[in-house]
Design a protein around this ligand. Structure first.
Ligand code: CP
Length: 332
């Protein structure tokens, strides 16, 4: 388990995200993004979606801008897709190698940020294991700089939430008549929190959070969702099923947490367990996935699976977010 530093939080983090005219300056959380802002980002991202094998869309809307990827925690999908997204929009991209950065020599996170800011980095994409880092940085950067949260402890992963919403909209067309079931380690999942926030704003019909009791969220945290510890009951007639991995890197003690075989037997999503869900239900997973633990391997590769579609949408969503914050830079 990594050493976790806690950064001071404040009540106005959702508001910190906006310019005076209401446009997006930073993306720290999906909390506070209203329906029209979410729909605008989804619509904008949709324009960048291309079919597999088709040429990808490129433009120069970020020409002259510099995007830095600062991942102080491992990533495959988020980091690669921000890198591709920024390049497809014509930005200069800096992927800071944190293992050889001066933060390893004791440089504070703010001094690292000020150093990059001096090099005229315009957008900093930040992932960190500590809660509060993206907002802390956002409060300290110059007016021209935007901060994009690429995964913050167990708190928030807003671009993952957006790509999940886009995938559901593509496969199901709407939200209001849907039952969405999120299954697994809800307690430690920033993915579940961002998906839940976005689904709630877009008026999802029903949201169910299914987990062993040791991995359940605080019952008051998401009052718009129902909590379940029985998988078959939670999956009943669900239209969308999202499996999550157990976030072992955020868990102090594994006491009370089922081992892999027991977990799969009770909470693993399989073709058989999906018989409880709606006939045309889809299966999602944010990745990285552990086949045979939270999801049956054959199901992950089946037509019901939207997992590769989620990954593809990740690039489009990050293009949309980069473009929106950079458009707002012009008017600041
Ligand atoms: N879903 C997700 O955040 O994946 P990575 O950790 O690979 O970025």
């Amino acid at each position: 388990m990594q050493a976790i530093e806690v950064f001071p939080r404040s009540d106005n983090e959702a508001n910190l995200q906006f310019n005076a005219d209401g446009s997006l300056r930073h993306l720290l959380t999906l909390k506070g993004l209203n329906r029209s802002l979410l729909v605008d980002l989804l619509d904008h991202a949709q324009q960048y979606v291309t079919a597999p094998g088709e040429a990808t869309i490129h433009n120069q809307s970020l020409d002259g801008r510099t995007v830095a990827n600062l991942f102080f925690e491992p990533s495959t999908r988020t980091r690669a897709s921000f890198d591709l997204a920024a390049k497809r929009l014509g930005a200069d991209v800096l992927n800071l190698d944190v293992n050889t950065s001066s933060r390893k020599k004791g440089e504070s996170i703010l001094d690292t940020i000020y150093t990059l800011q001096a090099m005229q980095v315009d957008v900093m994409v930040v992932r960190d294991a500590s809660s509060g880092v993206p907002a802390y940085i956002a409060r300290h950067v110059n007016e021209h700089v935007s901060i994009l949260n690429a995964g913050e402890a167990d708190v928030s992963h807003p671009t993952q939430g957006l790509l999940d919403l886009l995938t559901i909209r593509q496969r199901k067309g709407q939200f209001k008549d849907l039952t969405v079931a999120i299954v697994g380690d809800i307690m430690h999942s920033r993915v579940a929190r961002s998906a839940a926030e976005g689904l709630n704003t877009l008026g999802v019909g029903s949201l169910r959070l299914i987990s062993p009791s040791a991995l359940a969220p605080d019952p008051d945290e998401m009052p718009y969702a129902t909590l379940h510890d029985n998988l078959d009951e939670g999956l009943r007639d669900a239209d969308v099923v999202m499996a999550l991995r157990i976030q072992r890197e955020r868990i102090d003690s594994l006491e009370g947490i089922p081992g892999s075989d027991e977990y799969f037997a009770n909470y693993g999503i399989s073709t058989e367990r999906m018989q409880n869900a709606a006939d045309d239900a889809i299966v999602m997973h944010p990745g990285p996935m552990n086949r045979g633990i939270e999801i049956e391997s054959a199901l992950a590769d089946s037509p019901a699976s939207a997992i590769t579609q989620q990954v593809a949408n990740g690039v489009a969503v990050r293009m949309a977010v980069l473009e929106r914050v950079s458009q707002a830079m012009e008017s600041r």
